[in-house]
Design a protein around this ligand. Structure first.
Ligand SMILES: NC(=O)c1ccc[n+]([C@@H]2O[C@H](COP(=O)([O-])OP(=O)(O)OC[C@H]3O[C@@H](n4cnc5c(N)ncnc54)[C@H](OP(=O)(O)O)[C@@H]3O)[C@@H](O)[C@H]2O)c1
Length: 360
C-alpha cells in the first residue's frame, strides 16, 4: 500500500491503534450456541490466516475477537498470527458473556475459565481489552456484581488491560428519563445502569450509513463517551457486506448452517431490496464497485469520531486488502451532509424495520 494506514488514539486504552481494525468474527466460521446460528458460512482457515497476516502487513494493529466466534476457532487463528508478530505491537480484544455452558456465562468461575481458555487459544498472557459481550446478567441481574468484581480482579492481576462493554444500536442520553413503558427509555436507562456498574474504558457500537441521526438536544453514544473520557470502537461499518452491494436482491444467497444471517432481518429479500434501492444515489455519486462503496462506508464511519477506530470483518486476504486499500481521502463535511440527506428515507425505513423487530 502506498500510504501507511492511519492511526487513532483510542481513549480508554491510552495508546494508538490503526484506524481500521480487523474484526475476527467471520473467520471463526459457522457455529451454533444453544441451537442458534451465531457464525458465518464458507470460512476457510488457511485463507483466514492469510487474511490476518495480510492485515498485519497493511498496518492493522487492532484485532477484535470473542470466545464465541467459532467457539474458540477465531481466537486460535489469531493465536497463529500472534506467534509470528511481536505481542506489544498489536492490540487484542476479546469478549465473554455468551458462551453456553452448565454455569451462567457471567458466573465468576465460568468467566475465569473462559479467560484462561482465551489466553491459551491466543497464546498470550494478557488481553488489551476484554468486553462484556452480552447484557444478560441473569434474573434480576444476579450475576452483575460478581461479574464486575471478577473483571476488576482480571485487571488487578494484569490479565486484562482495559474493560469494554457494548452500547445499544440506538441511544440518546435524554431518552433515559422518558416513561418507563417506552422501549427506547427502558433500553437507554438499562444501558446507563450497566454502564454505572461496569465503568468501562471502551464502548463498542454499531455505526454505519443506516444508523440513526440525533437531534441537537440529544446526546448520542459518541458524545456521551466523549464526555466520560471513554473510548469508542465502531463495528459493522460495512453493514455485514450489505453496504458493499455484494448481496444483490435479485441474486439472494442461501446461507449455510451455523450462519447467523439465516435469521437476521437485514438479510430477508425485502430488506435487501430496500437497502439496494435506497443506496442508488450513493452508487450514482461514488460508483458501484466494492472499493467505491467500501470507501464511502468506511470514510462515513471514520468521520463520526476522530478517535474511534472502525472494525471490518473479512474472510480472506483479498477482502481485507480491498477494504483497506479502498480507503482513499476522507469525505468532506459537505459530502457527509449530502449522505445524511440522501439516505434519510432509507435510514427511516431501516429504523422502522428494527423497531418492528423489537415490538412486543
Ligand atoms: N457485540 C459486539 O461486540 C460485536 C458485534 C458484532 C461485531 N463485532 C465486531 O465487529 C466486527 C465487524 O463486524 P462484522 O464482521 O459483523 O461486519 P462488517 O465488518 O460490517 O462486514 C463483514 C462482512 O462483509 C463482507 N465483506 C467484507 N469485506 C468485503 C470485501 N472487500 N468484498 C466483499 N465482501 C466483503 C464479508 O461477508 P461475506 O463475504 O459473507 O459477504 C464480511 O464477513 C466483527 O468481526 C467483530 O469483530 C462486535
Amino acid at each position: 500500500m502506498s500510504t501507511p494506514l492511519e492511526t487513532r488514539h483510542l481513549r480508554g486504552l491510552g495508546r494508538p491503534v490503526s484506524a481500521i481494525g480487523a474484526g475476527c468474527w467471520t473467520i471463526g466460521g459457522p457455529a451454533t450456541n444453544q441451537g442458534v446460528p451465531i457464525g458465518w458460512d464458507r470460512a476457510d482457515s488457511g485463507r483466514a490466516l492469510a487474511g490476518l497476516l495480510h492485515a498485519h502487513e497493511l498496518g492493522v494493529t487492532l484485532y477484535d475477537t470473542a470466545d464465541v466466534y467459532g467457539l474458540g476457532h477465531s481466537e486460535r487463528l489469531l493465536g497463529r498470527l500472534l506467534s509470528r508478530v511481536p505481542r506489544h505491537e498489536v492490540v487484542i480484544s476479546s469478549k465473554v458473556g455468551y458462551f453456553a455452558s452448565a454455569a451462567h456465562p457471567y458466573a465468576a468461575e465460568q468467566m475465569g475459565r473462559q479467560l484462561e481458555r482465551a489466553l491459551a487459544n491466543l497464546g498470550t498472557d494478557y488481553l488489551d481489552l476484554y468486553f462484556f459481550h452480552s447484557t444478560d446478567f441473569g434474573e434480576g441481574d444476579q450475576y452483575l456484581p460478581g461479574a464486575v468484581k471478577q473483571m476488576r480482579a482480571f485487571v488487578e492481576h494484569g490479565l486484562v488491560r482495559a474493560v469494554g462493554m457494548r452500547a445499544p444500536h440506538t441511544f440518546a442520553l435524554e431518552w433515559a428519563t422518558g416513561p418507563s413503558h417506552d422501549r427506547r427509555a427502558h433500553e437507554a436507562a438499562r444501558f446507563l445502569r450497566l454502564y454505572e456498574e461496569i465503568r468501562p474504558d471502551v464502548l463498542i457500537v454499531r455505526y454505519n450509513l443506516l444508523s440513526p441521526l440525533y437531534g441537537p438536544d440529544e446526546t448520542d453514544v459518541f458524545d456521551f463517551a466523549d464526555s466520560q473520557g471513554v473510548g469508542v470502537i465502531i463495528k459493522q461499518a460495512l453493514g455485514q457486506g450489505v453496504l458493499l452491494g455484494t448481496h444483490h436482491p435479485d441474486r439472494i444467497r442461501a446461507f449455510g448452517h451455523g450462519d447467523h444471517r439465516r435469521q437476521d432481518p437485514m438479510f430477508t429479500p425485502k430488506a435487501l431490496r430496500e437497502v439496494y434501492d435506497g443506496l442508488a444515489s450513493v452508487r450514482e455519486r461514488y460508483g458501484a464497485t466494492v472499493p467505491d462503496l467500501a470507501r464511502v462506508a468506511l470514510r462515513y464511519a471514520l468521520a463520526r469520531d476522530p478517535e474511534a477506530p472502525v472494525l471490518v470483518g473479512f474472510r480472506d486476504a483479498e477482502q481485507i486488502n480491498t477494504t483497506i486499500t479502498s480507503l482513499g481521502e476522507p469525505l468532506t463535511a459537505d459530502e457527509i451532509t449530502g449522505l445524511h440527506q440522501s439516505l434519510a428515507p432509507l435510514r427511516d425505513a431501516f429504523a422502522a424495520r428494527m423497531a418492528k423487530r423489537h415490538a412486543p
